[in-house]
Write a protein that binds this ligand. Sequence first.
Ligand code: FE2
Ligand code: FE2
Length: 299
Amino acid sequence: MHSKAQRFEHVELKVKDLSKALHFYKDALGLVEIGKEDGVTYLGCGYDKNYDLAVKEGGTGISHFAVRVDDEEELEYFYRKITNLGVKVTRHNGTEPGQVRAIRFPLPSGIMMEFVLVADNDYANPARPAYPRNIAAAPLNIDHINLVTKDVKKETDFFSEILNFKVSDVVDPEMNGNYMMSFMRFRGYHHDVASTITKNQDGTLHHLAWTMSNFEHIKVACDVITQFGVDVEFGPGRHPIGPNLYAYYMEPGGNRFEFVAEQVYLDPSSPTKKWRSMQDTLESWSRLRKPPGSFIQST
Ligand SMILES: [Fe+2]
Ligand SMILES: [Fe+2]
């Protein structure tokens, strides 16, 4: 089957304080407001007409997240496959800005996932944005999402067996399938979705990542968010998995974000890499470098 380079598309997050969060998203990150409906504000990086982040006040964590599919045929293929498991799948036709058609269903973790067809599937030109952009940290696009769950193996198996994702990397300390983390790709991009172990019963999100041009762009963005009173929690550095450049921070809405650059594309047949310890996966430049204790918290 010929398939396009579809990847992570958008996320709807809950935030603690909407006005604080929107101030940061618009003035620090430079996201553009695309629309507002039923208390949900839709924001985009501005390069295309699709929204990247939707936010609603009340708590923290994920309301739903979406991966783009090729066409109606692929959407129906997943509708049948997931429905056949006895999982309730709902249809959404144009209920969000830029959405043509979508299906929504719960993952084994309970987190709501969506496959979506979008109206604007053009490629973007930074000098010809769909909307005028603020000059700020200005991420290029939404990049990937890192979910939390009590059973990473179960979540990973669902992604690989039912949703046809490939597993790029797993952290499997005993090499017995008791995963602590997994990194999964829908097409070639190293990870669109990752899953991380948690003890937080109510947690859904470890972090949401934004694509940046390069290390210099991450540096400028770290300077910008710091001017807005937001500390960089961990990084910048380079992860051994990905092996992307990273910098993490807790944003004023109460969720963890990451700036990412240089994440690789993999061959469809690239084998799954297995890692024995979380510590081995954190930092390429120093095996001793550890994140702060706060880094294990999810929202
Ligand atoms: Fe959606
Ligand atoms: Fe990440």
